[in-house]
Design a protein around this ligand. Sequence first.
Ligand code: FES
Length: 164
Amino acid sequence: MKPSESGKPKQSLGRRQFLGFAWVGSLAVLGAQSLVTLTRFLKPVSTGGFGGRVYAGKVDEFAVGSINRILSGRFYLVRSEGGFLALWQRCTHLGCAVPYDESASQFHCPCHGSLFDNMGVVTGGPAPRPMDTFPVVIENGEVWVDTSQPTERSAFDPSQLTPA
Ligand code: FES
């Protein structure tokens, strides 16, 4: 190091030192960006999609006896005489998405063959319990489902229905 005019050693940043700082700084920025992206990815969506409150439609759009798949919320909306039931499409065996077989009037998991009736109750296969449900809320003639709160159950009970 060369002494400066004041006699103290002059602090200068060498090329290697500068490149080292630049490299560490770039890694820090990249790490921060990755952290922000990961946080956004893992955080449940608060409105409009799965993990939050999902708008299903107007009450009148769902006929009594109908089963409609709401893709954005990953659930089926069942409307029976007693009201609405939202069934998470996730199989309670190992988590496959369960399609509804209209011709057989049942849910049929393609992975290992579990069968569920229209209320999501197991009628066959290895699934250990009925399909989980989500809370349904009716507001001003509209059906909303809170997909942040799946509920496990051991059987169907009419009290699980939300009156229209
Ligand atoms: S994941 Fe549905 S039966 Fe296995």
